[in-house]
Design a protein around this ligand. Structure first.
Ligand code: IPM
Ligand code: MG
Length: 360
């Protein structure tokens, strides 16, 4: 298991350190884990003048899987776009062909009251958001700035999807739905956008190969509303890059904290990059208060999706469930009255729980 570790910026290094402890524990228990660390984002820019240094890309290519913390910070906000930390992340996704982005939103019973929605609306929630990750307005050309005929500055981007890009992510969506409740909701803006009209057409065509899966379509504005009105109506949500970015942040709040949500970004062969869906949170960086659970849960997804090791995946997930049952909380999920523990202590608690989880 060759794993590239890319801590990144802000809280990235401290949360990734907790994930590394978990990997060390798994190695001590006999998994053939090998780790190599490299820089990305602002850290890449500081070290090599590039948010995705060539040697980082080499390390990532050579690895079976990658764990990433987060990128970005106010220090880099004024750099030209190509040098900004976010470009490191977007480029590694594109370079490695990681077009499938899985963002599960699951509510732990212990945390149902930490959600900003009423506990009964979210209790038992288990949604899978499937976001296309290498196309759409994020990568469409042309894009840029120009001066228009009126002599004004103008910014422009291109929303674009080809048929094959839509079909391959749709197929992943139907396959996932097959393993869950056999319901797939495709989200678009087909009442306005040509890109979305094609999206809906192609998803419908692919659906003919999956007659056992019930396909529905929803406009993204309605989906955003339904997610906070009655989120349990959803099982698998399939959507494009930008709508998926927005809806997955929204869905994270159903679960209590964005600090709980892992993600997997996969290529066609199952190689993957695993990262929390939250950002680098520069305001709390270095203070030992960040929640490392999303990153640790991302390792669980890594064991499942890249290494096909369900036992290790379940063991990590049980360990996280266990520390929550034991009442361990970082500040973001503590709720009134609870005494939060720090990032390191949470990492240690999960490592300790892993020892137990091995024998169940
Ligand atoms: C995410 C993030 C990234 C994205 C940023 C950091 C480029 O918000 O992974 O959701 O927009 O994809
Ligand atoms: Mg996002």
């Amino acid at each position: 298991m060759k794993i590239a570790v890319l801590p990144g910026d802000g809280i990235g290094p401290e949360i990734v350190r907790q994930a590394t402890k978990v990997l060390e524990r798994l190695r001590a228990d006999g998994l053939p884990v090998e780790v190599e660390t490299a820089s990305i984002g602002g850290a890449g820019y500081d070290a090599d003048g590039d948010p995705l240094p060539a040697k980082t890309l080499d390390v990532a290519r050579a690895a079976d899987a990658i764990v990433l913390g987060a990128v970005g910070g106010p220090r880099y906000d004024t750099l030209p776009r190509a040098m900004r930390p976010e470009q490191g992340l977007l480029r590694i996704r594109k370079e490695l062909g990681l077009f499938t982005n899985l963002r599960p939103a699951m509510v732990y019973e212990e945390l149902a009251s930490a959600s900003s929605l009423k506990p009964e609306l979210v209790s038992g929630l288990d949604i899978m958001i499937l976001r296309e990750l290498t196309g759409d307005i994020y990568f469409g050309q042309p894009r840029g700035r120009r001066t228009n005929d009126a002599g004004e500055r103008e910014g422009f981007d291109t929303m674009r999807y080809s048929e094959s890009e839509i079909a391959r992510i749709a197929r992943v969506g139907f396959e996932i739905a097959r393993k869950r409740s056999r319901r797939l909701c495709s989200v678009d803006k087909a009442n306005v956008l040509d890109t979305s009209i094609l999206w809906r057409e192609v998803v419908t065509e692919v659906g003919r190969d999956f007659p056992d899966v019930e396909l529905s379509h929803m406009y993204v504005d309605n989906a955003a509303m339904q997610l906070v009105r009655a989120p349990k109506q959803f099982d698998v949500i399939l959507t494009g890059n930008m709508f998926g970015d927005i809806l997955s942040d929204e869905a994270s709040m159903l679960t209590g904290s964005i600090g709980m949500l892992p993600s997997a970004s996969l290529d066609a062969q199952g190689k993957g990059l695993y990262e929390p869906i939250h950002g680098s949170a520069p305001d709390i960086a270095g203070r030992d208060v960040a929640n490392p659970l999303a990153t640790i849960l991302s390792l669980g997804m890594m064991m499942r999706y890249t290494f096909d090791n369900e036992e290790a995946a379940a063991r990590i997930e049980r360990a996280v469930a266990r520390v929550l049952q034991d009442g361990r909380r970082t500040g973001d999920i503590a709720g009134p009255g609870a005494t939060p523990i720090g990032t390191e202590a949470m990492g240690d608690a999960v490592v300790a729980a892993l020892a137990d989880a091995a024998h169940r």
